[in-house]
Ligand binder design. Structure first.
Ligand code: BEZ
Length: 390
């Protein structure tokens, strides 16, 4: 009689332990982080820099965030919006990740935000500036460590209007990031008395610029404003100079035009002015330490994408620590991130209500291999989170 009773007791204990294990594992086992970034195509180098920055912060914390060891799962999103939902599902359903970090391309990020909303998965966007991600798609499980597309454009619009520039042609890729960057530029520039006289675009990721450069030469605007990044930015800056436009029609852009690209752009980039929330010459203790650590780990200088990756990990760390490692406790996570000051290499920042950094935009100029700060173009720009309801 004793035996069966003992067996029942053991079985009941085992059952209770088994039931408790998933919850325990969730807040104390390894935290699975899905990195959905471009590893191929025009944005490949941007994806690498984000991953490097993210991993640098995790390494500085001894490999743990919120008390949990971090385990990585990677997907190459190819900057292809048509594959984004499947790629998210691979990470969430196949790999069972706890949080997704990604991506670079705005169209891909919008599909990711939709899946994150539908599944409740935590998403931290380390670059893509799609206005909608911290607008109508916002949520307590969606954060961005980078910027909103309209912000760098807005900062340059203010700067050029102040300079007294009157007629500008814009040129970009035809997709959310290009459209919204030009939108921000136009809003501030025309408010300041300028006029955008022509808006030119090529489809993403085309680098066939020749016909449009000929058009710019015939319009003869006072200046050109542009959004290109990665491999496309390298080609555009070189083509602009080769077309003989660099010295006759000044080229300005969102800072992605010259960030992480200067080695490849060489002389063609010298003297270009851009606006961005990071620069190579900040010379603050935090940025100096970050640049040194990054250079030691990866044998190259960091860029804005590396900073955004580093800060994505910081945001995850802040939220997870407050949630005591339980990524499902989204209220505690959100509350902590909203109250935190993130000690970023770009300068300390707080998050807006819609979970986008509130930050200064620097006016920078290319000197040698650096984007050197010339001044602050716009102070404390807040993403208004239009359409965000949380
Ligand atoms: C975007 O698609 O949002 C983007 C891509 C590269 C640099 C900046 C923004």
């Amino acid at each position: 009689m004793k035996f069966p009773r003992l067996t029942t007791l053991v079985a009941a204990t085992l059952l209770a332990t088994a039931a408790a294990t998933p919850a325990l594992a969730q807040s104390s086992g390894k935290l699975k982080v899905g990195l959905m970034l471009p590893a191929t195509g025009t944005f490949a180098a941007l994806g690498t820099a984000i991953e490097n920055g993210f991993k640098l912060y995790v390494a500085e914390q001894g490999g743990k965030l919120g008390g949990r060891e971090i385990e990585f799962y990677n997907v190459d999103d190819e900057s292809d919006p048509s594959k984004a939902t499947d790629n998210m599902n691979k990470l969430i359903k196949r790999d069972n990740v706890d949080v997704v970090v990604g991506t670079v391309h705005s169209g891909v990020a919008m599909a990711m935000a939709k899946v994150a909303k539908d599944t409740g998965t935590m998403l931290i966007v380390p670059n893509a500036g799609a206005n909608a991600v911290t607008g109508p798609m916002c949520g307590k499980n969606i954060y961005r460590s980078s910027f909103t597309n309209s912000q760098p454009g807005y900062a340059m619009g203010e700067a050029l209007a102040k300079k007294g520039v009157k007629r500008v042609v814009t040129i970009t890729w035809k997709y959310a990031a290009g459209d919204e960057s030009v939108g921000g530029f136009k809003e501030a520039f025309e408010k300041g008395g300028g006029k955008v006289v022509e808006e030119l675009a090529v489809p993403f990721p085309s680098v066939e610029f020749q016909a449009l450069l000929t058009q710019i030469a015939s319009i003869k605007p006072d200046a050109v404003y542009t959004f290109f990044a990665g491999g496309g930015a390298v080609k555009f800056v070189k083509d602009y100079a080769a077309a003989g436009l660099k010295n006759s029609i000044p080229l300005y852009g969102a800072g992605f035009l010259t960030d992480g690209t200067l080695d490849a752009q060489g002389d063609a980039a010298q003297g270009l002015q851009t606006t961005l929330h990071y620069a190579d010459s900040l010379n603050t203790p935090k940025d100096n330490a970050f640049r040194l650590a990054y250079a030691k780990s990866y044998k190259q200088q960091p860029d804005v994408y590396a900073v955004q990756g580093y800060d994505a990990a910081q945001i995850l760390g802040v939220g997870l620590a407050a949630a005591k490692g339980d990524i499902k406790n989204q209220d505690a996570f959100a509350d902590a991130v909203r109250k935190a000051t993130i000690d970023s290499p770009r300068g300390p920042f707080k998050m807006s209500k819609s979970h986008n950094p509130i930050q200064d935009f620097y006016l920078r100029e290319v000197k040698g291999k650096e984007n050197v700060v010339v001044g602050i173009a716009s102070k404390g720009l807040v993403d208004p989170g239009r359409g965000c309801r949380m």
